[in-house]
Design a binder for this molecule. Structure first.
Ligand code: NAD
Length: 253
């Protein structure tokens, strides 16, 4: 049995499958990940320096000029084949839940129904004082007026992005992701180095682990099945094999 056949067998026999995605699933949509050699953002900037709570509170000018611009630059990206296939697999009942570390909104753009965004999102910002949500359009308007740190239009509290920064704790949906993985039968990790905690710990508590990733991950040795390669190409092969090579993949893409 080759690796694609083993992946299909694992998916078919699992009564509850959770998919965890990372930045690698979106590189084919033109968004660089953090750690890929040569192209990863980590080689150009130190995300700890520009995407941390320390930067937000101690050096807001730098945070908004560099870190925030990086966050909003993902806005124009479109989902790729890998996002689309996951949407299909969810609709067909092969996937029960999608957990993502990504903040790029691409699973939602692809039509995924249930996505736990454990590192937040870039759709809006919120006020640290009253909790009011402010759209990115309004946030940009405030920033363009030179108001740094940006102030809440309602109560003058400080606004910040709804993204989990280095130094933040994780949102409550991470607790749900944890219990779903604990009660699940299969975790498929796609496009993540699994270096960022505590999300990477999900790979420790799952019953069976499948990893689909271009480069190495910290959990390769633990995986029940490791498939190295591009997320879209591997998912396409799995999808076709699941449907006896007759999947109506082209219709959905
Ligand atoms: P990471 O950069 O640490 O790892 C990405 C992994 O994906 C690498 O191991 C790489 O080999 C692999 N990869 C790259 N292209 C691939 C492809 N086409 N197919 C399959 N694998 C591919 O990313 P991470 O583990 O998600 O952790 C980084 C953190 O950075 C996350 O918390 C995430 O929130 C954040 N981040 C998000 C985005 C985004 O939203 N698109 C982008 C950059 C960083």
């Amino acid at each position: 049995m080759d690796k694609i056949e083993r992946a299909v067998a694992l998916i078919r026999s699992s009564r509850k499958t959770i998919v965890l995605t990372g930045a690698g699933i979106s590189t084919e949509s033109g968004i660089p990940d953090f750690r890929s050699p040569g192209t990863g953002l980590w080689e150009k900037i130190d995300p700890m320096e520009v995407l941390s709570t320390k930067a937000l509170y101690q050096n807001p000018e730098h945070f908004y000029q560099v870190g925030f611009q990086m966050l909003i630059s993902m806005d124009d990206a479109e989902p790729n084949k890998a996002h689309e296939i996951l949407t299909k697999l969810e609709r067909e009942g092969y996937i029960d839940l999608l957990v993502t570390q990504n903040i790029d909104n691409l699973h939602q753009k692809a039509g995924s129904m249930e996505v736990l965004e454990v590192h937040g999102h870039t759709r809006s910002c919120y006020c640290l004082n009253c909790g009011m949500e402010v759209s990115m359009v309004d946030m940009n308007r405030i920033l363009q007026k030179g108001e740094i740190p940006p102030k809440c239009p309602d109560c003058e509290g400080t606004l910040r992005p709804s993204v989990v920064l280095f130094g933040d704790s994780l949102p409550p949906c991470f607790d749900r992701a944890w219990s779903e993985v604990e009660n699940g039968e299969l975790l498929i990790v796609i496009g993540s180095s699994l270096e960022v905690g505590p999300v990477n710990y999900l790979a420790n508590i799952c019953k069976q682990l499948m990893i689909i990733n271009l480069g190495r991950t910290t959990y390769d040795q633990q995986a029940d099945l490791l498939i190295q390669g591009s997320a879209s190409q591997i998912l396409e092969q799995i999808y076709e094999k699941l449907h006896g090579n007759k999947g109506n993949l082209n219709e959905c893409l």
